[in-house]
Ligand binder design. Sequence first.
Ligand SMILES: *Cc1c(COP(=O)(O)O)cnc(C)c1O
Length: 397
Amino acid sequence: MNNNEFTFETRLLHNRHKIDPTTGAVSVPIQHASTFHQYDIDQFGKYDYSRSLNPTREALEDVIAELEGGIRGFAFSSGMAAISTAFLLLSSGDHVVITEDVYGGTFRMVTEVLTRFGIEHTFVDMTDLNQVQAAIQPNTKAFYMETPSNPLLKVADIRAICNLAKEVQALTFIDNTFLTPALQKPLELGADIVLHSATKFLSGHSDVVAGLAVVKDEELGKRLGYLQNAFGAVLGVQDAWLVLRGLKTLSVRLEQSQKSAQILADFLSSHPMIKEVYYPGLKNHPQYELQQVQALGAGAVLSFELADEEAVRTFVANVKIPVFAVSLGAVESILSYPAKMSHAAMPQTEREKRGISNSLLRFSAGLENPNDLILDISQALGKVSESQLALHQGEHL
Ligand SMILES: *Cc1c(COP(=O)(O)O)cnc(C)c1O
């Protein structure tokens, strides 16, 4: 029986790196060496220098490639290092069609850095295929997707966009950070490169910054491997080990967090203090059906809109369980304020155009008991209601 016959949950634990061949160790050894002795002046060994290839990093690269259904994986020092290195596949004069509510760091890279190298872009709402089609130019060489998007959880049709890209021989990049291969396999839907901030769900414990890329094509793998070595933003071995360790519990963590996210989304949807809930697991989400078709679940991240910025301030000051922080995808719930955190790199006018208002909060469900989360959120919303009431009474004095 080969590994591919096992389910995803089993393959998280039983892959070809589960036992170290030299010692039988059941955890991947951390190989700190930066360089490797060469026994033959004419014939170097497989490893020569750790920027180019390191056995610990290689284990992680193999594991993520297998989990995404690709043939080669690459580990980088951050999600942004993975994304930026992938963009180095492009050249001056090329054009990228990119989803409009892309991660703030990717927005910064595309608008402030790539433009200096003559790489152009067009932002589109990728839920609208007509907009995607209309944005194509003779020099379009890549489509960049993030689905569900951040922070509005819009869902793009991966297969349809990959088909459009193939018609014009452009590459498709997809940031799969929010769902991970546990829930979504973009390579199987036609994408060329899957990118990850492994800082989030893949490692899952808010204790490492890492990035990954996976491809399914040998030739593209060679080009990206060349760039990984040329640019040199590789992941350190301790951090590679932490991601490997985190991956083992990915399925159980994500399953539990996703359950909680659904419970919270349902609860918030019927709460009078909440103006809007964004979660693709809600039946009234505009792409609910599409999400059901192209992924195994809606994930563990949701966003919601309060009345105004004042309400956000009161809520954040009173909520007790979630950490109030940048990031997502961890064992502890994380509450974020996109306008000042993940999307701070986006000017306010651009944010508002995209519906990322100052009253929007993002919630990444952790592993706490969902009943506790609901109790906590309820009491914090109660405080928002009290303070709004007090304000109204003040007006009538
Ligand atoms: C965090 C994040 C990134 C950037 O990853 P880093 O590891 O912080 O560099 C990219 N895309 C998404 C969707 C993210 O959430």
